[in-house]
Write a protein that binds this ligand. Structure first.
Ligand code: AMP
Ligand code: MG
Length: 495
């Protein structure tokens, strides 16, 4: 029998924080993938459990012992507009567990049927976005980015009504918390300061235990969330990742990447790249992400104002002071990450000089729409002296003259580096991935699954992405950008 060591503290917070719900059974659940390594890390035991039983549990047809299913309440700013009630409309929190490492994690089904928060939605998920979230969230983890994890993907054997009927799926996600900025907004908008405080206390105990004895715990919480988000978004930027829907309900209080909808890794670089079919104004474009991160954190700070100081003016000052730190923290994290990508030891060059060198490369890439991942990959194989290998990167640029010019600048800077070529290349290769989940490959995995019930493409892609920083013989094609006919220029969030 499946054993999950539940210890459901969130469920003790009481009703305003959630609405109890039950999963709605599905007709023919089949297991597509179960993440055994993650299950082990979490301290779950599935010894002797069949795929059929796993499919039953992770479709919601059978509840595991100790689960207390509920839909979490939250609000959120969607594309800048406040919606006072969103909540888990198609997700179901099963419980909270104490992992083998001592950390606590939430387990949640997504696509398991309607809840009190479903509004007009069916509470279901289509199979395609389930596979997409599985691939991308697990790849993010392997790339070293804080993220929710994927524990299981199940096909329901039922269709969901979207623009056309599509096969349905359920994904099981694991997070350090499913509490969002929008969860705080839900209570703040109702003037329910007591609940904001209760929520903050829960988050501190759960995700920021080091702040528990702090003299000013709520200010410390705000500061800590700001700093985790600054570092998270800097990591996204260093990988060419575009979240796509950075609404406040999709920003985790624990600083993890959450809610993989129309997200994408860029192939050809553009400063303002957008994929999401619903992001008409480019609000969540690549280069806009750091600024949107701050915008969302300001919304969080507003909800905490009554807890930050007695006098409203003082509270605003406290919030402002902490929010002011975001830009610096982001810049520091971004610069450190980008310097590492280019083999530049911090402190060897002046920060301004290194920043200009990095910006110069991004500008040249932007002009040529050079492939983001391949550009850094090829640079991490170059020596300090020019060689025939330079051509590998040059081929990625529609304007090779601009690339040549930048390369001379970079090599000038490398001359001051203490490391030799081999050591620098090894360090660069450790942070510049060979493989990212490219959109066209995700699309191919979804097409095979949807059209032919063939999951082999999904499994193969997932396997390659387990080791993103190491070249894998025989898997060269996974490095390639899409052929013209394979380009996916729009992504959709309708799970
Ligand atoms: P998301 O786009 O995943 O961030 O979801 C935004 C909001 O819409 C959340 O409150 C979801 O629970 C809700 N939602 C999205 N799709 C559905 C659906 N098919 N059924 C019910 N609620 C949904
Ligand atoms: Mg969401």
């Amino acid at each position: 029998m499946i054993h999950i060591p539940f210890d459901n503290q969130f469920a003790r917070l009481g009703e305003p924080f959630f609405a109890k719900a039950q999963p709605a059974p599905v007709a023919g659940p089949t297991l597509i993938k179960f993440n055994h390594a993650l299950a082990r890390d979490l301290g779950m035991s599935v010894d002797g459990v069949t795929d059929e039983e796993l499919a039953d549990v992770f479709s919601g047809n059978t509840l595991p012992a100790g689960a207390e299913p509920l839909a979490m309440a939250y609000a959120g700013h969607q594309f800048g507009h406040f919606v006072p009630q969103l909540g888990d409309g198609r997700a179901l929190w099963l419980g909270e567990l104490h992992s083998a490492s001592g950390e606590r994690f939430d387990i949640q089904l997504k696509g398991s049927g309607p809840t009190a928060f479903s509004r007009r939605g069916d509470g279901r998920a289509a199979l395609g976005p389930v596979l997409r979230e599985y691939i991308v969230s697990e790849a993010m983890h392997r790339l070293g980015v804080p993220t929710t994890r994927a524990l299981a993907a199940v096909a329901t054997g039922e269709e969901v009504a979207r623009e056309r009927p599509l096969p349905g799926g359920v994904i099981t996600r694991v997070a350090r918390s499913f509490i969002r900025v929008g969860t705080f907004e839900y209570f703040a908008a109702r003037g329910d300061v007591d609940s904001v405080k209760k929520l903050a206390d829960y988050v501190i105990a759960r995700n920021y235990p080091e702040l528990a004895g702090n003299e000013k715990p709520y200010e410390a919480l705000l500061a800590a969330v700001i700093s985790r988000q600054a570092r998270l978004i800097a990591q996204w930027m260093g990988l060419g990742f575009i979240h796509g829907v950075m609404n406040t309900d999709n920003m985790s209080i624990a600083g993890e990447t959450i809610d993989y909808g129309p997200c994408a890794f860029m192939d050809g670089y553009s400063h303002q790249r957008v994929f999401s079919s619903i992001d008409h104004t480019g609000r969540y474009a690549y280069n806009s992400q750091p600024g949107i991160g701050l915008w969302n954190l300001i919304r969080l700070a507003e909800t905490l104002l009554p807890l930050l100081a007695e006098a409203p003016d003082d509270a605003v000052t406290v919030a402002q002071t902490n929010l002011d730190a975001y830009k610096d923290q982001y810049e520091v994290a971004w610069l450190a990450g980008m310097c590492a990508k280019l083999g530049l030891t911090p402190g060897v060059g002046a920060d301004d000089e290194d920043r200009a060198l990095i910006a110069g490369l991004l500008d040249v890439m932007n002009e040529s729409e050079a492939d983001f991942t391949l550009t850094f990959h090829e640079l991490s194989r170059l020596g300090a002296e020019s060689s025939t290998r330079d051509d590998n990167a040059r081929r990625l640029f529609a304007r090779p003259d601009q690339y040549d010019h930048w390369l001379v600048r970079w090599r000038g800077r490398l001359k001051r580096e203490p490391q030799n070529d081999a050591a620098r290349q090894a360090d660069m290769q450790a942070v510049n991935p060979v493989y990212i989940p490219r959109n066209h490959q995700i699309e191919a995995a979804i097409r095979a699954a949807e059209d032919r019930e063939d999951y082999s493409v999904f499994h193969a892609l997932n396997a390659v992405l387990q080791n993103p920083y190491v070249e894998q013989a025989g898997n060269e094609r996974y490095q390639l950008p899409p052929a013209p006919e394979e380009v996916v220029s729009k992504t959709f969030c309708g799970t």
